[in-house]
Design a protein around this ligand. Structure first.
Ligand SMILES: [Zn+2]
Ligand SMILES: [Zn+2]
Length: 553
């Protein structure tokens, strides 16, 4: 009889983002990733969304460490918030730690953690946890799958991965090691990336993008070329740089994270660009356009990014125009179509030629598709399977795939954020729930709260009507007002008559209330709000936010 182990999912099961799973052995907790999520369009003013850390905060002294699969924000971006309340060491590859470090440093929290570098195939004891870091290919270099050797057998977490057989750095997903574990100890439980579970076939190799880019560069030998991609996609940057260097172009980076990551990847020996081919963006001005290649951030249309500013003609260093080619070497994340569309329109308006993944194969996914998922399932041969990293439909498709591959239906568990699993001698079972709602962050303020968000939605969709009135403290009699101020409700000049009427309605209602003895501020506010709300709704069929301000004198 071995002690059971527990797994708690704080995020990533039901959305793409804020990935965070917790393994418990001997009362200690090991975090696997701690990510953030970028907000949807229906979250006005929200900068990012975090996992609910309540459970971790309540168990702060039990947290042993965090192991990172790779350096994407949806896996490391939550650390700079969690480290405000907790202190623990973080394990990951050199690049992963470098990417994670940026935000933690900005938040001034480096002293709350120790960043511990691990190498490919290293196996480490971290408290009661026996953790093995297995190389996988992904859209950021040096990602890991993580094998957790527990008293209840091996739990294998795929991380974000794809089966790229010709990766740019030659570092393939180590299927051989996964197969060896499967043969030796066996994989008791597999947790695997579900992002592309609806896509049949195999994700193409990153190397194919390089060939397409070289072709585009060759066709446009006389033009200035600007390429936008994710700043953590070092392999993509390498291929852009290779295409540029082959033509003798000088490369400049644009966007803060692009500059930082290129520097870091060069320092780590992960990116090879000759010194002679790299200059600061301030120095590209005088160069011949056809000798220049600019690698920029902003491929998701982010409003203040280098590319968005270029498209608006607002970039300090680069004025885009006739004869420029802009390549968006990226896939538009669902929800970002509108801002990306605006950027593409803006660039066209300035006379540039724009190439994106809808026109040429300038991007491939970093995630496994069905064919690769099947390969992993057949190599790992897990006893139990839990799909992770995806929206509910991705998890569902991945679960079906596992069953089709022979995992027993009652050994496939469809879990959601907040679920707790217990793996024991007899098998695996649900063992409760912990809070796992969205934590909305605006600026640096922790939780905006669903109330604030609801208010923002009403404000953005219906506007606001404020009514201000002064009353006598003793009698409740209306002394001045009501004044009505509106924003976003009706066009004021045309609505004078309507506002007049609204004033009369509120005044009459308050006078009536005063006569019946209501004179405290809170009750009068309630009266004002309901009278005005009813009037507004009846006359305009709208429901703006009603804010009553009642002052006593
Ligand atoms: Zn990733
Ligand atoms: Zn991810």
């Amino acid at each position: 009889m071995a002690d059971p182990v527990r797994l708690t999912f704080l995020g990533g099961l039901g959305e793409i983002g804020r990935n965070c799973a917790c393994l418990e052995i001997d009362d200690r907790i090991l975090l696997i990733d701690c990510g953030l999520m970028f907000p949807d369009l229906d979250m006005p003013g929200v900068d990012l969304v975090l996992p609910d850390f309540t459970w971790l905060r309540d168990n702060a002294e039990r947290v042993e460490a965090c192991v990172l699969t790779h350096g994407h924000e949806d896996h490391v971006g939550g650390l700079s918030f969690l480290l405000r309340d907790l202190s623990f060491p973080i394990y990951g590859s050199a690049l992963t730690l470098g990417l994670a470090r940026n935000r933690i440093e900005e938040a001034g929290l480096l002293d709350r953690t120790e960043l511990i570098q691990v190498s490919d195939n290293e196996r480490r004891r971290i408290g009661p946890f026996d953790v093995e870091f297995i190389p996988v290919a992904h859209s950021v270099p040096h990602g890991f799958a993580i094998a957790l050797h527990t008293p209840q057998g091996v739990i294998l977490h795929s991380g974000d991965w794809k089966l790229d057989l010709t990766p740019v750095d030659g570092r393939r997903t180590d299927l051989a090691r996964i197969g060896a574990i499967s043969v030796d100890a066996g994989v008791r439980l597999l947790l695997a990336d579900s992002t592309n579970a609806e896509e049949p076939g195999h994700t193409r190799s990153e190397l194919e993008v390089g060939a397409v880019l070289r072709g585009l560069f060759a066709e446009r030998a006389n033009q200035r070329i600007i390429v936008a991609c994710f700043s953590s996609h070092i392999h993509r940057i390498q291929q852009i740089a290779d295409a540029a260097v082959a033509q003798g172009r000088i490369i400049a980076t644009l966007g803060r994270s692009m500059g930082k990551n290129v520097q870091m990847a060069r320092d780590l020996g992960l990116l090879r660009v000759p010194d002679a081919n790299l200059v600061d963006i301030e120095r590209v001005g005088p160069l011949d356009p056809h000798r220049v290649c600019i690698i920029s951030t902003g491929s998701q249309g982010e409003p203040l990014s280098a590319l968005a500013l270029m498209a608006a003609g607002d970039n300090k260093w680069v004025k885009v125009g006739e004869g420029d080619t802009v390549i968006l070497s990226s896939h538009t994340i669902p929800g970002n179509e509108a801002p990306v569309g605006r950027v593409i329109d803006g660039l066209h308006r300035l006379g540039a030629d724009v190439i994106h993944s809808g026109l040429a194969e300038v991007h491939v996914s970093g995630h496994a598709m069905q064919g690769e998922m099947k390969t992993l399932l057949s190599v790992a041969r897990p006893d139990y399977f839990v799909p992770v990293h995806g929206e509910f439909r991705h998890l569902t498709h991945h679960a079906r795939l596992a069953m089709a591959m022979g995992v027993a239906a009652d050994h496939v568990l469809l879990c959601e954020d907040g679920d707790v699993l217990e793996l024991g001698d007899a098998g695996i079972d649900f063992a409760g729930e912990v809070p796992a709602g969205y934590l909305y962050v605006d600026g640096i303020v922790g939780d905006v709260g669903t109330g604030v968000l609801r208010d923002r939605r009403v404000l953005s969709e219906e506007g606001v009507v404020v009514v201000v009135v002064t009353v006598d403290a003793r009698s409740g009699e209306v002394l001045t007002g009501p004044e009505i101020i509106t924003r976003g409700w009706v066009y004021a000049p045309e609505a004078e008559a309507l506002l007049d009427e609204a004033r009369k309605v509120v005044r009459a209602n308050l006078e009536e209330a005063a006569v019946s003895g209501v004179c405290d501020v809170e009750s009068l506010k309630r009266h004002a709000r309901s009278a005005l709300g009813k009037f507004v709704n009846e006359r305009t069929k709208r429901r703006p936010m009603i804010v009553p301000v009642v002052m006593e004198v």
